[in-house]
Design a protein around this ligand. Structure first.
Ligand code: HMG
Length: 365
């Protein structure tokens, strides 16, 4: 295999063992449930029990990706974890993963931070490391893992979630990734978490505006001077970072308006090319760095080799990047779908009281 043909060789997902339907949260907060289900498009919030964190999820996803790969840990020369749920200001989350997997020696091991964009950056770095030849024949293990929690009662609370996606960068059996990508960044305080704060601060409206602007900038760069209508419909699916499902629809409607499409045309495009990619995200909630890759993993299921899709990554602060992928031969059987099916079938529901207990705030009455 030449280094430039490297892509995603294996993929593993890990979802936490608990969840709460957003309707339960609506009841707890005295809010019309339609606000969460219809207004934001949310269904469930994936939750971690005590003692379960982004490292636990990352290790679970990595073990699953490794179990389906023909190589072994001794073939890995780089491990990078994209996260905004760091356990330490200095020690990278990759060190917890490496400890659990027995990864040590001639390996570059680090954590990447750029809000929800960190996982995509880790993936790009690993691909570029392989493509450049710097990997010297070794494979990379990339993990996007997060637990998204807001302060109790925060407007972001119904969008909480958690999950991890691990990808091994080697032969493009799951997907190949185009070396050309379309980044855009512009510094903003749309969503941030000051050092020492347990939960993020958010300028909600600004965050929506930044996300939508980034979509326009990245897609405009992809389209260039080509016909947007014909080129965008050539992709089987368009995947997005999913802070909450309605955000993705808002962004697509914005893109359609920018391209001069009628509302009906954009709605039809959304239904055909985007809506189906959100199926798993609706059940996990926002898994920050993992969100986009949960959507990509869903979109690749059952695709014929060579089928193209796009992946739009967004991280507050803000930075975005649009990637082009093509399904590899392993997408048709999509073994990773069983990770999600297993985790969803085994996870336990939590009601309002259980949620308050989990968050360390028992109900007063
Ligand atoms: P809010 O202020 O509570 O919600 O928070 P709202 O009042 O704007 O209502 C939301 C929608 O529900 C509206 O629809 C309402 O009309 C509708 P829209 O007008 O927008 O189409 N609604 C109802 N619908 C049906 N029945 C009802 C009803 N009531 C209202 N009864 C906000 C919304 C998104 C701001 C909040 O959830 C939040 O702060 N979330 C976190 C920030 C976020 O997710 N931003 C997204 C872009 S930034 C990003 O993606 C990065 C991020 O992932 C972090 C990272 O990068 O690390 C967040």
């Amino acid at each position: 295999m030449s280094s430039t043909s490297a892509g995603i060789a294996s993929i593993g997902l890990q979802l936490p063992p608990l969840f709460m339907p957003v309707t339960q949260l609506a009841e707890l907060r005295g809010v019309d449930p339609n606000k969460y289900t219809k207004g934001l498009g949310c269904t469930d919030i994936a939750l971690c029990p005590n003692g379960h964190d982004a490292a636990t999820l990352a290790v679970g996803a990595a073990k699953r990706a490794l179990s389906r790969w023909k190589g072994s840990v001794s073939d890995i020369g780089l491990v990078a974890v994209g996260t905004e749920s760091a356990k330490d200001m200095s020690r990278p989350l990759s060190a917890w993963v490496a400890e659990e997997l027995g990864l040590s020696g001639v390996i570059r091991s680090y954590e990447v931070k750029h809000a929800c964009y960190g996982g995509t950056l880790a993936l790009r770095q690993a691909l570029e490391w392989k493509w450049s030849g710097a990997g010297a024949g070794k494979a990379a293990l990339v993990i996007a893992s997060d637990v998204a929690l807001y302060a109790l009662g925060d407007p972001g609370e119904p969008t909480q979630g958690a999950g991890a996606v691990a990808m091994i960068i080697d032969e493009p059996l799951v997907a190949s990734v185009s070396p050309t990508s379309f980044p855009f960044s512009s510094p903003a305080f749309d969503f941030w978490r000051p050092v020492g704060d347990s939960f993020p601060s958010v300028d909600g409206q600004l965050s929506l505006d930044c996300y939508k602007r980034a979509v326009i900038e990245c897609f405009s760069a992809l389209i260039g001077d080509r016909n947007a209508r014909s080129m965008l419909t050539e992709y089987h699916a368009h995947c997005f970072h999913v802070p909450f499902p309605k955000m993705v629809k808002k962004a697509v409607l914005h893109l359609g308006a920018e391209l001069g499409w009628s509302l009906e045309e954009t709605e039809a495009f959304y239904q055909r090319k985007v809506e189906g990619t959100l199926e798993w995200n609706q059940l996990t909630g926002n898994a920050y760095t993992a969100s986009l890759w949960i959507s990509v993993a869903r979109a690749l299921v059952g695709l014929k080799q060579g089928t193209p899709i796009t992946a739009f990554s967004y991280g507050s602060g803000y930075g975005a990047e649009l990637l082009e992928l093509a399904a590899g031969p392993a997408a048709a059987s999509a073994a990773w779908a069983s990770d999600v099916e297993k985790d969803l079938s085994q996870r336990k529901p939590v009601d309002g009281v259980g949620y308050q207990r989990l968050r360390g705030h028992a109900l007063a009455s």
